[in-house]
Design a binder for this molecule. Structure first.
Ligand SMILES: [Fe+2]
Ligand SMILES: [Fe+2]
Length: 212
């Protein structure tokens, strides 16, 4: 990581000059380019958290989810979503799905962001019968253009990825997808593709009850 000593001249923002703000803009670019390093470090930190009670740690869960996405032929948007979908667990445990969605929102399809933002409620389909949450809570979204993708995301990549016997790809192997996604211009309509249901990679052609 580059660390230059060059700093702005001001101590309060409204005293900044054009040169000061040009400097900040110049420094922001390499900072953004290091985003993949920061996300990989955040995942690595999840390896060392207190045990959640699952048979694998949160980092391994992320790698398994993303590996399943890859092996289903998912594109970089989906792979990054699967990799980071629980990145908010530590800092926002009661709202972790929304936090992860905000991390990826500027850079991926709206459909993918929506799925990550709502995966908690869709996940209850699989855990609800035994943990006291409502397995049908997702039904309020039935008919939404991204409903089927959210159901499939949880069914195929998330809820099954707690398996010590599953061989996931290495963390470093996901640098390519992270770099591709976070190098995009933020909120660019070419990538956000608002209101467009592209669909989930491996359920196209399946009946809804075959994947969720
Ligand atoms: Fe989650
Ligand atoms: Fe998860």
């Amino acid at each position: 990581m580059t660390k230059s000593n060059e700093t702005v001249s001001f101590t309060r923002m409204d005293a900044g000059t054009k040169a000061d703000y040009d400097l900040l803009a110049r420094k922001f670019e390499p900072y953004m380019a290091e985003s993949p390093d920061r996300y990989l470090a955040a995942l690595e930190a999840q390896r060392h958290e207190r045990s959640s009670g699952y048979p694998i740690d949160r980092c391994e869960h992320a790698l398994q989810s993303a590996t399943r996405a890859r092996r289903d032929g998912a594109d970089a948007d989906w792979v990054v979503a699967a990799l980071l979908h629980d990145i908010g667990d530590a800092l926002s445990p009661m709202n972790h799905d929304r936090m992860a969605a905000e991390v990826i929102r500027p850079f991926v399809r709206e459909e993918v962001t929506w799925v990550v933002a709502h995966h908690g409620i869709f996940q209850q389909r699989h855990s609800g019968p035994m943990n006291g949450t409502d397995p049908d809570a997702r039904e309020k979204f039935r008919g939404h253009r991204y409903f089927e993708a959210a159901a499939a995301f949880c069914a195929r990549w998330d809820q099954v990825s707690f398996d010590p016997g599953y061989e996931a790809d290495s963390m470093e192997s996901f640098r390519s997808e992270l770099t591709a996604v976070f190098a995009r211009p933020a909120f660019d309509p070419r990538y956000v593709r608002a209101d467009e249901a592209v669909g989930f990679p491996c359920i196209i052609g399946l009946a809804p009850d075959e994947h969720a």
